[in-house]
Write a protein that binds this ligand. Structure first.
Ligand code: ZN
Length: 389
C-alpha cells in the first residue's frame, strides 16, 4: 500500500499532549503521514517527509475517527410510530424493545446483515471509524448467537446483550431467563463476543440478576460493561465499578456516591445524549462527572427505539450545548474517550504507531462540530489507512 502525506492541515487534533497544546493536543499547520494501516509521522507541515501520495487539506481540520463505543445495530423493523407517539406525549419504557425483538427474530440473516452494513457505512460517512455492536434483539440462544456472528464480521467490538430485557416467553419466569442467559445462551454467544452487557434498570434486570449475568460472562472470558442508571437511580454504576467493567453507560441519574465511585475507578462513564434527546428526557450531567475526575466517553446508543442516530457529531453538539462539556472535552470523549471505554490504545488519537483512523472536516477547527450543529462536515475518512470517504 502506498504511503500518503496529508499536509496543509489547519488544525490537527492529536489527543496526545506530547504533540500539541491543550487537552486535545492541538497542532497548527500540521502534516500526517499514513503508511499501511498506521500513522507513521506527525508534525509541522514544514518538516514533513515525502510520501508516495499527497493530500492537501487546504487549511481544514484533521481529527481522529470517532469511536462509537455503544450501539445496537443488529435488528430489523421500524419504530417510527412509537417515536411519533412519544413525541405526542407518551413516556418511554424498556418494554418497547420487544417490538424490535419480534421483527428481528422474523428476519432472514441476509436482511440483518444488510441493515447492519448500511448503518456501519452511514456512520463511516460521518467520521466513525470504529463502532461497538451489541446483540439483544434476539433473546433466544439461536437469535442472540446469530446477531453476534453477523456483527463480528463488521467489528471486533461485539457485545453479548442477551440481558437486554426478559424474553417474552419468560415474562412469568425471569429467574428462568437469567438461567438461560448465564447458561446455554452464553455458551453459544461467547465465541463471537468480546464483551458482556446487561440492562440494569427497573423493568429489565435488577442488581442481583445483573451481577449473576456479568459474573457468568466474566467466567467465560468476556469483559463487562453495563447499561446503568438511565431511567432512574439504581445499583448499575456501583456494580459496574465493583466488577471492573470497562464502562458504565448512560449514567443519567447518579448519586454523589455513584460519581465518586466512577471517579475513583477505571470504569469509563459513557454518556449517550441521543437517548435523552429522543425520549425527551433530562440529559446526564457531564460537567459533574468531569469535575469529579471521571473519564467520560460520548456515544450514539444507535438503536431503533430510543436513539436512532449514528451521528457522533450530533452527540458532540448536544453534549456541548446541554451537558456542560467544552468543545475540546466533547471531541476527546467521542474519540479517545470511546477508545478508553473499549480498552483500545491503538485508536482515538493521531500519533505515531496508532491505527490510521482519521477524518478531515470541511471546517478549520473541530469546534465547528458543535458550532455548526446538524451540518454534514465530514470531507474525508481513512479507516486503518484506507480512504473510505
Ligand atoms: Zn444501549
Amino acid at each position: 500500500m502506498p504511503s500518503t502525506l496529508i499536509t496543509g492541515i489547519g488544525t490537527l487534533v492529536t489527543n496526545d499532549p506530547a504533540y500539541g497544546t491543550g487537552p486535545v493536543g492541538l497542532l497548527a499547520d500540521a502534516a500526517v503521514v499514513i503508511d499501511g494501516d498506521t500513522v507513521a509521522w506527525v508534525g509541522p507541515a514544514a518538516e514533513a517527509p515525502a510520501a508516495d501520495e499527497r493530500v492537501d487539506a487546504a487549511g481544514r481540520a484533521l481529527l481522529p475517527g470517532f469511536v462509537d463505543s455503544h450501539a445496537h445495530l443488529v435488528f430489523a423493523g421500524d419504530r417510527t410510530a412509537e417515536f411519533n407517539a412519544r413525541m405526542s406525549g407518551q413516556s418511554y419504557s424498556a418494554g418497547g424493545i420487544r417490538t424490535t425483538v419480534a421483527a428481528t427474530r422474523a428476519a432472514a440473516d441476509a436482511e440483518l446483515d444488510a441493515n447492519l452494513a448500511r448503518l456501519v457505512r452511514e456512520a463511516l460517512r460521518q467520521g466513525t471509524t470504529l463502532v461497538e455492536c451489541k446483540s439483544g434483539y434476539g433473546l433466544t440462544v439461536e437469535d442472540e448467537s446469530r446477531a453476534l456472528r453477523i456483527a463480528s464480521s463488521y467489528t471486533p467490538e461485539t457485545t453479548y446483550l442477551g440481558a437486554h430485557v426478559v424474553a417474552p416467553e419468560f415474562a412469568d419466569d425471569p429467574a428462568g431467563y437469567v438461567e438461560l442467559v448465564t447458561g446455554p445462551m452464553l455458551d453459544a454467544c461467547a465465541p463471537y463476543a468480546r464483551w458482556v452487557d446487561v440492562f440494569c434498570e427497573k423493568g429489565a434486570f435488577d442488581g442481583d440478576q445483573a451481577r449473576a449475568i456479568l459474573t457468568a460472562g466474566t467466567a467465560r472470558g468476556l469483559t463487562p460493561r453495563v447499561h446503568a442508571n438511565q431511567l432512574t437511580y439504581g445499583p448499575g454504576v456501583q456494580l459496574a465499578v465493583e466488577l471492573g467493567a470497562a464502562s458504565a453507560d448512560h449514567c443519567t441519574h447518579l448519586t454523589d456516591e455513584d460519581v465518586a465511585a466512577l471517579a475513583g475507578s477505571s470504569t469509563v462513564a459513557t454518556l449517550l445524549p441521543g437517548a435523552e434527546f429522543s425520549t425527551r428526557a433530562v440529559y446526564p450531567d457531564a460537567r459533574r462527572l468531569l469535575d469529579a475526575g471521571a473519564v467520560v466517553a460520548l456515544s450514539t446508543d444507535c438503536n431503533p427505539g430510543s436513539s436512532f442516530t449514528s451521528s457522533m457529531a450530533f452527540c458532540i453538539a448536544v453534549a456541548v450545548r446541554e451537558m456542560g462539556m467544552t468543545p475540546d472535552e466533547a471531541l476527546w470523549s467521542a474519540t479517545a474517550g470511546g477508545a478508553r471505554a473499549l480498552r483500545r490504545s491503538d485508536v482515538g488519537a493521531v500519533m505515531v504507531g496508532a491505527r490510521a483512523d482519521l477524518q478531515l472536516l470541511d471546517a478549520p477547527s473541530h469546534v465547528h462540530l458543535a458550532y455548526r450543529p446538524g451540518v454534514p462536515l465530514t470531507a474525508a475518512v481513512w479507516r486503518a489507512g484506507v480512504r473510505e470517504v
